[in-house]
Ligand binder design. Structure first.
Ligand code: CUA
Length: 333
């Protein structure tokens, strides 16, 4: 529907149709009631007009029937809108566990993107058609908003924490990418494109270009450069917790509180480790706030997430596949 209409973006992702159907439903309801009310106002104005100077209206004292009707009908309509909206919203914010993560950093005034395989892009995002992609996003400065109209996805990109959205492109093509949150003088120039490619073409694209190290490998070098490995030892003898297999787990803190180890928890634990210390450990880790930038942080996360529980017995360079993303990692503001 509306595909030829120039103001209406293409439906290029798996839930574009769902979003549009809800939108058209809201539009139809609004149009119906606006017409009904406007029509009745005009009709009643004519039908019940004052016909003579002495005419007095008959007083109405109330009607339970009418009041029930105009309470129940809108309540039903609103509940339909709510449950339908909640369903679409949840499907938009709950990435499938097999979604490929891509890290996004917003910065005045550009988008920086990093694929697990190591490719890095600026203001351009290449994605395969038919595969779920999960964006893990943060900002280096102010609030931005990542918006791909053709995919019907938009989410604020915030400094200091991760937000995430996911999509599955269904149509090869080039689509607009916008920053949808005013972020300074060149906000309007913070645009780019998303290139959805057939899987084979995407593989070719991934293989071409500069041979960059994978994010996991970069993360591993950082992990060693920062000497994280001296305390976070896989044999459990270090001063810090074992990181193998920790991602996605529920852990107990010193305070007794339970938290899920997701992207945001790992982020906080690297930048400000003393804020949520695992039970049984001392807050001895130095804070890395200001020492790692957003891109390096994403690489460290990719590395930590790749550490499978049995990795202790393998050579350190083997695990390259990321651990399954936790379903519970939802950080929508
Ligand atoms: Cu970034 Cu507007």
């Amino acid at each position: 529907m509306f595909s030829g209409f120039p103001l209406f973006p293409e439906q290029a992702s798996s839930f574009a149709a769902d979003v549009d159907n809800l939108y058209f439903f809201l539009l139809a309801i609004t149009a119906f009631f606006s017409t009904l009310i406007a029509g009745l106002v005009i009709y009643f104005a004519i039908r019940y007009r004052r016909r003579s100077e002495v005419e007095l209206p008959e007083p109405i004292t109330g009607s339970t029937k009418l009041e029930t009707l105009w309470t129940v009908i809108p309540a039903i309509i609103v509940m339909v809108i709510f449950s339908w909206g909640a369903k679409v919203f949840l499907s938009l914010h709950r990435a499938p566990s097999d979604a490929t993560p891509i890290y996004v950093v917003g910065k005045q005034w550009m988008w920086k993107l990093q694929h697990l395989e190591g490719q890095r892009e600026i203001n351009e995002l290449h994605v395969p058609v038919g595969r779920s992609v999960k964006l893990i996003m943060s900002s280096e400065d102010v609030i931005h908003s990542f918006y791909i109209p053709a995919f019907r996805v938009k989410a604020d990109v915030l400094p200091g924490r991760y937000t995430s959205i996911w999509f599955r492109a269904i149509k090869p093509g080039e689509y607009h990418l916008f920053c949808a949150e005013y972020c300074g003088t060149k906000h309007s120039g913070m645009i780019g494109k998303v290139v959805a490619m057939e899987p084979t073409a995407y593989e070719t694209w991934l293989a071409g270009g500069p041979r960059d190290q994978s994010m996991t490998a970069r993360g591993q070098s950082l992990f060693q450069n920062f000497s994280c490995n001296t305390c976070h030892r896989s044999d459990g003898q270090g001063r810090g917790p074992v990181l193998e297999g920790i991602f996605g787990k529920t852990i107990a803190l010193q305070t007794g509180q339970k938290v899920i180890v997701d992207d945001n928890y790992l982020r906080e634990s690297i930048l400000a480790p003393a804020s949520k210390v695992l039970a049984g450990y001392q807050p001895v880790m130095p804070a890395f706030q200001g020492l790692v930038n957003e891109e390096a942080l994403a690489q460290l996360l990719a590395y930590i997430k790749s550490l499978a529980p049995q990795a202790a017995t393998l050579p350190a360079s083997t695990p390259m596949t990321p651990a399954p993303e936790s379903e519970r990692q939802k950080s929508k503001p």
